[in-house]
Design a protein around this ligand. Structure first.
Ligand SMILES: Cc1ncc(COP(=O)(O)O)c(C=O)c1O
Length: 374
């Protein structure tokens, strides 16, 4: 059992705030900060002399990331954000047939497809959930792709991806997943879930800050260079990166071909450090801890009878996000902020999203303020 009290000391944010807004922006632990500072120190004192050290660490990060999501290293490419990754995927798939998504998605999942004039169908949520049967009923002869978040940002609904992928593989559809609200918080496995494409970022539960993301592309599509060309191309995506040849493209058949320009090393190294940190604690332990804290929160909220929007009936549909209805959400969030309690106004109410470094006291403190404010 991890020593949660000691782990809390790695998060200086806890000395200043009751921070319960990890679904918006997670604070980074000390270890990640140190790794990022180390890079800038090296750059400041040595210029580019550490290039090879950094590129080697970048490739180690690829290994670590791939292991974390249960992919092959060739299937992982670094991006700057979920939006960048989703734009790449939309570029490759939008012309292949129509796309089913849903009305709960964060814009990063949807806008890249609309921008490509994709033919889209939006499934309506039922009590905060996206039901597999509603996705199934939306499939027609033109459907080629299903785009869905693992966890919905505005309700906390966790999609059963293993179950959904039975449908997508049976019907020959691409399953595109946005796991921004689950990576680093909940078990996630591209093989178990049979995911075809994935795009995510670094500044939420995965604890590695801004300007970093990753794309996952199943190997079989990477081998099909003609059908799945990237939308843009750079020297670094070449098979042999040191070749400066402007006469022909020598495209890499790994997901590194989606990486544009010189790498954002400090962000990649932060990601490495964050995944090492998370892996040391263990994602199963982290998931249990988060579900325990959210259950504690739900019990507290029930004491003063707020309406909880997040679907709670099934354990496997739950996540690190709890949203409850509140008409004056913005105002209450601002009042809480003045008391250094951080939550967000999202969906139709207030979103609370504890991470593993939070504790019962954080939840109790929020609850006692809410009791008074609502
Ligand atoms: C589900 C989801 N996807 C994507 C994003 C944003 O991603 P990015 O800014 O990296 O494109 C958010 C939140 O901000 C989100 O909740």
């Amino acid at each position: 059992m991890p020593r949660w009290d000691r782990i809390r000391d790695d998060f200086p944010v806890t000395e200043k705030y009751t921070y319960l807004s990890n679904a918006a922006i997670s604070p980074i632990p000390k270890q990640v900060l140190e790794e990022s500072l180390k890079f800038y120190q090296e750059l400041s004192e040595h210029g580019g002399a550490f290039w090879e050290v950094w590129t080697e660490k970048m490739e180690q990060t690829r290994d670590i990331y791939a292991k974390f999501i249960h992919a092959h290293r060739d299937e992982v490419g670094f991006t700057h954000s979920t939006s960048e990754g989703m734009n790449i995927i939309a570029h490759m798939l939008s012309s292949k047939g129509s796309v089913i998504s849903n009305e709960l998605e964060f814009p990063s999942s949807i806008l890249p497809w609309l921008n490509r004039d994709a033919d889209m169908i939006f499934v309506r949520p039922k009590k905060g959930k996206i039901l597999k049967e509603d996705i199934a009923n939306s499939i027609n002869q033109n459907t080629k792709t299903v785009v869905v978040s693992h966890v919905q940002y505005s309700t906390g609904w966790r999609q059963d991806l293993a179950d959904l992928s039975e449908l997508t593989s049976e019907r020959g559809l691409y399953l595109v997943v946005n796991p921004t609200q689950s990576l680093g918080a909940l078990y996630f496995n591209v093989r178990d879930f049979n995911i075809d494409f994935m795009a995510s970022n670094g500044h939420k539960w995965i604890l590695s800050s801004f300007g970093i993301g990753a794309i996952y592309v199943k190997k079989e599509y990477l081998e099909d260079l003609e059908r799945f060309k990237p939308p843009f191309y750079s020297q670094l995506g070449q098979k042999q990166r040191e070749i400066f040849d402007n006469k022909k493209i020598n495209m890499s058949n790994t997901a590194s071909r989606f990486e544009l320009g010189s790498p954002h090393f400090s962000n990649i190294l932060s990601l490495k450090s964050a995944i090492e940190y998370i892996t040391k604690i263990g994602i199963e332990q982290i998931e249990k801890r988060i579900l325990y804290l959210t259950e504690h929160l739900v019990e507290k909220l029930r004491e003063f009878k707020v309406e909880i929007i997040s679907p709670l009936e099934e354990e496997k549909g739950r996540s690190g996000i709890i949203v409850f209805k509140e008409r004056n959400a913005q105002e209450i969030v601002r009042k809480l902020e003045r008391r250094r309690i951080m939550v967000s106004a999202r969906g139709d109410g207030i979103r609370v999203s504890p991470h593993f470094y939070n504790n019962e006291n954080d939840i109790d403190k929020l609850a006692s303020e809410l009791k008074y404010l609502i």
